[in-house]
Ligand binder design. Structure first.
Ligand code: EPZ
Length: 430
């Protein structure tokens, strides 16, 4: 089992390059099967979840050629089955995007019930409601979801809850339905807009993405395209918080600062200096940082995917902070791990009450999910002494070269494969 071993205490200083957005890339990869022409994708992050989806697509007959680490050519003209059976596909949430894309193009799809990070109950009722409103029949049997239709016809769909996944999935299927679909209470996240832009570049007719009403005029055929995926706002935000927690000075490059507004605002509020450039953001934490209150919300609110990193930072800020998680009910599981490092946090229902402590102390902790794993790594970078973060498999699902990027900013961090590696590292840094 791989672990990060970290000697904390070094302020992060320098520049870091942000990759393509994992959650946009997953949907766009799945959507690329909707044409028989070749699609070229650039700025694809090289992370585990992308690898799993690529493998699953190859197993149904999609041809995927790597041009380089971050670019692929995709051709789906020889798909031989609409049943996605790759054994690891149910481990990733985004497997459900193959339902929307295959249903849209072939009127049939069968995919395992999606898994993903264990951050609370993650129903897919809204996806199913949307597919049914387009005329599909959807059945769940033996852990598989089967969606099929003789024809898909546009409809008026209201999402009872704002859902990124359901918005994207319905948008994909509706792109190739007959007539017009109106999707109300849609998610407005940057990756929803990115997927709409991608589909439009293939000839789809989608308007309003980025607002809460999306209008889709179905088309009969989509064509090939070349497309570059937007930067990952959560990876960017994670480095911004790491800079703040270590009292550092980091220029986070290749980002869209507008997508980072909620993160930027909170960092400024607690006392960081945040400077915005055209495609970069610099975070400097030279003064003592203080408490604040945060509630996670759908975009443009504060992202749930930044909540563990924010809570971790507030745990070493002066004063009492309150963080309310309003999207996923089980997203405070890392708090027990942070407590081992000296944090003083009490969780009541979906609220964490954080009494800032002067510092973390290094300990052995478990990453319970992707973003929580990144947050515990940040805690380790800020802590006194050695921290070992177990189960970094989760972190590798969504961060490319996380350890190397941190090391390039001056962090003392390595991947350890055994107790011996941990001892060697400890000797080296002490
Ligand atoms: C996406 O998950 C992301 N995953 C998550 O990122 C992210 O946390 C989340 O959006 C919120 O921004 C991917 O893009 C692969 P939702 P998704 O549907 O689509 C409820 C990460 O760390 N809901 O927007 O699953 C749901 O329970 C991950 O990268 C229903 O009730 O999230 C939640 O409370 C973790 N019924 C809320 O909506 C449904 O059918 C928002 O979920 C669907 C969702």
């Amino acid at each position: 089992m791989e672990q990060y071993v970290i000697k904390g205490g070094n302020p992060l200083v320098g520049e870091v390059e942000i990759g393509g957005a994992k959650n946009a890339a997953l949907a766009i990869l799945a959507a690329s099967v909707m044409t028989d022409d070749t699609v070229t994708l650039e700025n694809l992050p090289d992370v585990r979840d992308i690898g799993v989806l690529i493998h699953a697509m190859e197993e149904i007959g999609v041809r995927i050629d790597r041009i380089n680490r971050h670019s692929v050519k995709i051709n789906a003209s020889n798909i031989h089955t609409l049943s996605v059976e790759y054994e690891y596909i149910n481990k990733i949430r985004a497997s459900y995007y193959l339902l929307g894309s295959l249903l849209g193009k072939y009127r049939r799809a069968e995919v395992a019930f999606p898994g993903g990070c264990d951050i609370g109950s993650r129903p897919i009722d809204l996806h199913i409601k949307g597919f049914r409103a387009l005329g599909a029949q959807v059945e769940i049997e033996h852990g598989q979801i089967l969606a099929h239709a003789d024809k898909l016809v546009g409809g008026h769909i209201y999402l009872d809850k704002v859902s990124v996944g359901a918005t994207i999935n319905i948008m994909m299927a509706a792109s190739m339905a007959e007539g017009k679909t109106i999707l109300e209470n849609a998610a407005k996240e940057p990756h929803v807009v990115d997927v709409a832009n991608f589909l439009n570049s293939m000839g789809a007719n989608i308007r309003g993405a980025g607002t809460d009403v999306i209008r889709i005029e179905g088309v009969r055929r989509l064509h090939g395209t070349e497309y570059s995926i937007i930067p990952d706002q959560i990876e960017a935000g994670t480095f911004m918080f790491a800079a703040a927690a270590t009292k550092g000075d980091v220029m986070v490059k290749s980002v869209i600062p507008k997508h980072l507004e909620a993160t930027t605002a909170k960092l400024a509020e607690i006392g960081c200096e945040v400077e915005e450039f055209d495609d970069a953001v610099r975070v400097v934490a030279s003064k003592p940082l203080h408490s604040t209150h945060v509630t996670t919300l759908a975009y443009p609110g504060f992202p749930t995917d930044m909540q563990p990193q924010m809570t971790t930072l507030l745990a070493i800020c002066q004063g009492t902070s309150i963080v309310t998680e309003s999207i996923f009910e089980n997203r405070f599981r890392y708090v027990d791990e942070l407590s081992r490092m000296g944090a003083d946090i009490k969780v009541e229902s979906n609220t964490a009450i954080i009494n800032g402590v002067p510092k973390f102390t290094g300990a052995r902790v478990d990453a319970p999910d992707l973003r929580a794993g990144a947050a515990l790594t940040i805690a380790g970078l800020a802590a006194e002494g050695i921290t070992v973060v177990d189960d970094i498999y989760y972190i590798e699902r969504g961060y490319e070269d996380f350890d190397r990027k941190l090391a390039s900013l001056g962090a003392q961090i390595e991947i350890a494969y055994s107790e011996k590696d941990i001892q060697k590292f400890t000797l080296k840094v002490s």
